[in-house]
Design a protein around this ligand. Sequence first.
Ligand code: GTP
Ligand code: MG
Length: 197
Amino acid sequence: MNITRAEFLMSNSDVTKCPKPNKPEYAFIGRSNVGKSSLINMITDHKNLAKISGKPGKTQLINHFLINSDWYLVDLPGYGFAKVAKSTRQRFSKLIFNYIETRENLINLFVLIDSRHEPQSKDSEFMEWLGVNGIPFTIIFTKADKLTKRKLSENINTYEQEMLKKWEEMPPYFISSASTGQGKDEILSFIEETNKT
Ligand code: GTP
Ligand code: MG
């Protein structure tokens, strides 16, 4: 798929005010600073579409983008960010869970995992919740450029072993880098294949 148009539509703190669920939707989620906004800019070829920050917690709202006038792309706030007040964290979680449970047009949730890190309970608990609630998701291992090939495959192997303690099989996954563009074609092909309405 070629992305010819990518438009920012709106930011929301209220799920009921999101665009009408009349087009297929793909959302990106993960811990703060995992690289959600960077990945969105990379796959859409738009440098400044989603706001990037070195400071975790930058994305605090549900951000809708319209791609090729055809499908919605959503940048969600990061979960598990420890450095904000507990009340803010709870507000974020509520917003995220509300969003996921409400959006009937959500085709797939991309759960981003920093490929450098050991498996984290926040992520596995979140994915278990998705599983229990029947929400289709795909993992994206981000920042692959920060590791050697060998270390990257070691880490993914470890991740897979950890997942297999709870899951019958490893959920589908992609490997990405916003710096090198790795993963772009695969992710866009996946979206193209699954978004036939
Ligand atoms: P929040 O909105 O705060 O939850 O963060 P986010 O998940 O949207 O992360 P963001 O895209 O803002 O990136 C966080 C930091 O990681 C920035 O300094 C990015 O430049 C850096 N970064 C993101 N993706 C990559 C990548 O693939 N490779 C490298 N080397 N750096 C990356
Ligand atoms: Mg962000």
